[in-house]
Write a protein that binds this ligand. Sequence first.
Ligand code: NDP
Length: 328
Amino acid sequence: MSTLTKAIRIEQHGGPEVLQLVEIAVPAPAEHEITIRQRAVGLNFIDIYFRTGLYKSPLPHGLGFEGAGEVIGVGKGVKRFKVGDRVAYGQSPIGAYAGVRNVPAAQVVHLPKGISFEDAAAMMLKGLTVQYLFRQTYRLQGGETILFHAAAGGVGLIACQWAKALGVKLIGTASSDEKTALAKKHGAWQVINYSKENVVQRVAELTKGKKVPVVYDGVGKDTWETSLDCLQPRGLMVSFGNASGAVDGVNLGILAAKGSLYVTRPTLAAYVPTPEKMQAAADELFELVLAKKIKMQIDQRYTLEQAAQAQTALKARMTTGASIFVFE
Ligand code: NDP
C-alpha cells in the first residue's frame, strides 16, 4: 500500500525557484528498505550543490540526505527494525525533503531515547562528518592546534565542541563578530573574523610561527591558498567542501613549493561504507551528545513550503549552526 506525502522535487538545475513542492505516493518498502514517517529533516550545503548541478543525479529527483523519525513500514528482508522504532540517517539516497520516505535499512541507525528527532536531523550528516574528519581522516590528538573554516556553521559548531572534548585547540574562521562569538561559545580556542583580519598572519601569530598540522576547509575555492599557507611542512589539507565554489585547476607543484604538503578531498560515504562502520561512527557521536559534550545548535527551523527560503539563507551566509525542516 502506498502513502501520500509532501516532498520537494527538482526537474532541472538552477536557483531556489526550481524547488517544487509536490504530493507523491510513497510505495510499500522494498525487501531491504524501511518506511520512515519523518519528524525532522536536515538541510545541508550539499543539497544546494545538487540543486545547482555542481553535483549531479539523474533528473528529476528529490533533495536531502539527512532525517529522523518513526518506522511505519518494514521490508520483508529487514531484521534490525520494527514498526514504531525511532530511527535516524545521514547518508541516504537523495530525497530526504519529504514527510514520508523509504530508505535502505543498511543506511539507518536506531536513535537513542535521550536524543530528540530534531537534534538527530541536525547531527547525522554533520556530526558523522566531524567524526570521520577528526577521528579517521586525521586522527586528532589532545594538545594539537588546528584550523577549521566556517566554524559557526552547521558542521563547524559540532567541530568546535568535538575539538574541545578531545583537548584540541581549534582556531576557527567566520565572517562576522556574531559568528566568531558563537563559535567561541561552542569551544573554539580562537576564532578569526576573516572580514577584518588576515587569516595566515593570525594563524602564524597564534601558533608562535609553528602553523598547524591540519586544516579542515569546507569553503573551497576562496580559501584554498590561505589554507595551504597555514600548514606546517608536510601538513595535511582536508578540502571537504565547496561553499564558495569548487577548487579546480590545481598545479600539484604548489604542494611542493609550500612544504611537501598532503591534500585529501574526502566524502562521508567512503568513511561509513557498511552498517557496522556507520553504527560505530554514530555511537561515538551519540555518546558525546548524551554526555552533553556536544549540543546541537538549531538556529533555523522551516516547513517544506519554505525550502527555497531555507536554501537561500544557507547559501547567503545568513545562517548559524544547523537548519532543519520540521513536520506537524
Ligand atoms: P554551513 O552551515 O557551514 O554554511 C556554509 C558556511 O560557509 C557559511 O555560513 C559561511 O560562513 C561559509 N562560507 C564562506 N564562504 C562562503 C561563500 N562564498 N558562500 C557561502 N558560504 C560561505 O554549511 P554546512 O555545515 O552544511 O557545510 C559546511 C561545509 O561542509 C560545506 O562546504 C559542505 O559541502 C561540507 N560538507 C562536506 C561533507 C563531506 O563529507 N565532504 C559532509 C558535510 C558537509 P561564514 O559566514 O562564517 O564565512
